[in-house]
Design a protein around this ligand. Structure first.
Ligand code: F6P
Length: 539
């Protein structure tokens, strides 16, 4: 952002310092003006520490940024991922479900359609229908998704969140990490002859996925007395590096493509979502795409002032750059959304954790806050103390679901009441005088301490997102909402949301440390790493 824009935001923030959220919320009509609905998705910004003037300042920034041109360039397939010279076309993956005409190149749309058709046939084959030429092992009851980062987080979130929409044909398991504890446990738990292993890796070079792939392949082969051909009928790959998947030994018929134009953390809509389709069926997967497409259409057509991804981005930018909050929390009040914070951590922090512009210049403002969270109400009994009374303010995003998929009404009402209460407590707080009035049974000296300890400063912002129900469609909307909010923030911060050079250095170093751990030859390592390697080896 420009220096002048940042200073305008600073002026607005200073002006608002004297206005407590309690007073802002009391303004007539505020809730109606600051909340928006798109289909089954409702977002309330009325608890953000913003007023109309501050919002207008943010609106002026987004309007002058030519965000609509940037947005259309993405949908069209321009090479907006400049550092890798790639288009960014995860939106094309759901264009088939969109109401607006697709902007992506026809060839891309055709490839996507044919891959989705293959996915549908594969799902049918695994579910016990026609084998369709995949030559799969029959009688599959369990599926293991081997993949990490974007090849794990989106699919795992979707499978867990959509438990209630499952078609009940297979059990799904996820093995992202190289930690052998989980790998060994899964091998003990599952019957290899009834297990399908999905090797999901865009690059097909990821150490964790390939290492586990070799381990599970040996496990399968052992079950067939060393017959690798029979064992390999339990393997399917999803990758943009189809050659590497073939070299691993997976025949082309069982390799589903994805493409360089789909970033890992944006890939659940592609064949990377195969495990989701296996869990909820292909019609369910299409409904998931349809939800995302609904937000794509909304993002492409609504003005900034009613555009949910833009407003979510502006609220985040306001909290980060005007109010200076360095972290933000996401708290889903639904156990099936337990993986949402982890998914958003990758989406937001891998996309926006940058400090230089595409030209290599330092950015003009702070970028992504640290994002973290856990499900409510568990989180209330863990870290909410700090959110209410700690010295740092952490904006919170609450996610609630209106209609549960169970019949325990009282449980669900308690859950939602807790969520609403926490947001109210963050915003309104409790004044010292209110606390003092309640401290009536203490002596004078103690009364002050008691009241001070029981004062809640309030004025702590939150956004509340409500889904009518947790369905494939509403989950698709929720995820696409965040994807586009990230896009808008990256655009305003002038950073590339679609590369991730920051993960490379550690990967490279691990490749030199692993041989040292195995052989003990640590001489070429730095002194600290050498000390740690030697300590591990001595034990
Ligand atoms: O290390 C980061 C990363 O490249 C992520 O961006 C990606 O989602 C993950 O690793 C997995 O990569 P792949 O799908 O290529 O195995």
């Amino acid at each position: 952002m420009l220096e002048s824009q940042l200073s305008r935001l600073a002026t607005e923030a200073k002006r608002l310092r004297s206005r407590h959220l309690r007073d802002l919320i009391a303004e007539p009509g505020r809730f109606e003006r600051y909340s928006h609905r798109v289909g089954p998705l409702f977002v309330d910004f009325s608890r953000q520490k913003l007023d109309d003037e501050a919002l207008a300042a943010l609106g002026a920034i987004v309007e002058t940024s030519r965000w609509t041109e940037a947005r259309d360039a993405m949908f069209r397939g321009d090479a907006i991922n400049a550092s890798e010279n790639r288009p960014v076309l995860h939106t094309a993956l759901r264009a088939g479900e969109s109401q607006l005409p697709a902007l992506a190149p026809r060839s891309v749309l055709a490839e996507i359609a044919s891959t989705q058709a293959r996915m549908a046939r594969l799902v049918d084959a695994v579910h016990g229908g026609n084998d369709g030429g995949f030559d799969l092992a029959p009688g599959i009851t369990d599926v293991v998704n081997l993949g990490i980062g974007g090849s794990d987080l989106g699919p795992r979130l979707a499978v867990e969140a959509l438990r209630a929409s499952g078609v009940g044909k297979v059990r799904c398991h996820f093995l992202p990490n190289v930690d052998g504890h989980r790998t060994a446990a899964l091998m003990r738990e599952l019957d290899p002859k009834r297990t399908l292993v999905l090797l999901v890796s865009k690059s097909f070079t990821t150490q964790e996925t390939l290492l586990n792939g070799h381990v599970l392949r040996d496990w399968l082969a052992a079950a067939y007395g060393g017959d690798r051909v029979a064992a390999d009928r339990h393997l399917v790959a999803v990758s943009a590096n189809v050659e590497a998947a073939r070299a691993f030994g997976i025949p082309p018929a069982r390799v589903l493509p994805m493409w360089d134009f789909v970033g890992g953390r944006y890939s659940v809509w592609s064949a990377v979502g195969l495990v989701v389709a296996l869990a909820i069926g292909m019609p369910g997967f299409r409904a998931f795409l349809r939800g995302a497409a609904t937000i794509d259409d909304h993002f492409r057509s609504a003005p900034w002032s009613a555009n949910l991804p833009v407003l979510l981005a502006l609220a985040g930018l306001w909290n980060r750059n005007a109010l200076g909050f360095a972290s933000s929390a996401v708290i889903p009040y639904h156990d099936d959304l337990a993986e949402l914070p982890a998914f958003l951590q990758q989406l937001e922090m891998e996309s926006l954790g940058k400090s230089v512009t595409p030209d290599g210049a330092p950015v003009a403002q702070a970028t992504v806050p640290v994002l973290w969270g856990n499900v409510g109400t568990n989180a209330q009994h863990a870290f909410f103390q700090a959110l209410h009374q700690g010295t740092d303010i952490v904006p919170v995003e609450f996610v609630g679901v209106i209609e549960p998929s169970h019949v325990l009404r009282a449980n669900h009402e308690a859950l939602l009441a807790n969520m609403l209460a926490q947001g109210a407590a963050f915003a309104l707080g409790k004044t010292y005088d209110e606390a003092l009035a309640e401290a009536h049974d203490s002596s004078d000296g103690d009364r002050h301490a008691r009241a001070a300890q029981r004062t809640f400063p309030g004025d702590r912002p939150s956004t509340t997102i409500l889904l009518d129900a947790l369905t494939p469609e509403s989950l698709g909307m929720l995820l696409a909402l965040h994807e586009h909010s990230v896009f808008v923030q990256a655009h305003l911060w002038n950073i590339n949301a679609f590369d991730q050079w920051g993960v490379e250095l550690g990967k490279t170093l691990a490749r030199t440390i692993q041989p040292a751990l195995a052989s003990g030859d640590s001489a070429r390592l730095d002194a600290s790493t050498r000390g740690l390697v030697d300590t591990i080896r001595r034990r």
